[in-house]
Write a protein that binds this ligand. Structure first.
Ligand SMILES: [Zn+2]
Length: 217
């Protein structure tokens, strides 16, 4: 899933208003932020196989460290724990942990059976929503709209910069989504992690959006 993870980040602001949107966006994206790093380290493997699902041309052969259920729990506890130590904001820490875990659930719904339960395990799960483009859009687009709606009803922009920052990211998300759907598959497995690393820009951008917004009272 792609924009579904962004949706959880936007929605999280309603439940943890004191936490920066940058952190709240990084949480549901965390597994996909780690994944390109682990690919570059040679710890995980992916193959580009056009047509393997209607939606994404990826055979996610081996990703137990970024994407297994057990490691998702570990990453959730780590991220939330560090955040709590730094801020003592318990609500924020809980929302962060739920955000990280939501990634596994949303990927489980959309992926082929490639989601491991724990490193070293053979069983891999996935409901395969990606086999249907319509089905994927029918789940992910309303989720994204709902997430953005929760964000814009929880906050208000401080000025024009706030409006531009928010709608700029929404437009970028749509562009990534549509180009992933209509554009050519990534050229090869060597360059794919570098493309995927650009995901790190999204939490940074979200952090900037947060600075340009205040909470509705
Ligand atoms: Zn993922």
């Amino acid at each position: 899933m792609v924009i579904g993870h962004f949706a959880i980040g936007f929605a999280s602001k309603k439940f943890a208003p004191q936490t920066s949107l940058g952190v709240l966006m990084a949480a549901p994206m965390l597994l996909d932020l780690l994944w390109p790093v682990f690919l570059l380290m040679g710890w995980e493997r992916v193959r580009i196989v056009p047509g393997i699902t209607a939606f994404a041309p990826l055979d996610l052969e081996f990703m137990p460290y970024s994407h297994s259920l057990l490691m998702s729990v570990v990453w959730a506890l780590l991220f939330a724990g560090v955040y709590w130590l730094l801020t003592r904001y318990r609500t924020g820490a809980v929302v962060i942990a739920i955000g990280v875990l939501s990634h596994w659930i949303l990927d489980f719904i959309t992926h082929r059976p490639d989601m491991p339960l724990y490193p070293g395990g053979n069983l891999r799960l996935g409901l395969g929503l990606w086999h249907s483009i319509l089905g994927t859009l029918a789940v992910e687009v309303p989720l994204f709209v709902a997430g953005v709606w929760l964000y814009i009803t929880t906050t208000r922009p401080k000025g024009v910069a706030g409006v531009l920052a928010l709608w700029g990211l929404i437009a970028l998300a749509m562009l990534i989504y549509v180009s992933g759907l209509l554009g050519p598959p990534p050229p090869n497995e060597k360059t794919l992690p570098w493309y995927a690393l650009t995901a790190w820009l999204v939490p940074l951008w979200a952090w900037w959006i947060d600075r340009q917004h205040e909470i509705n009272v």
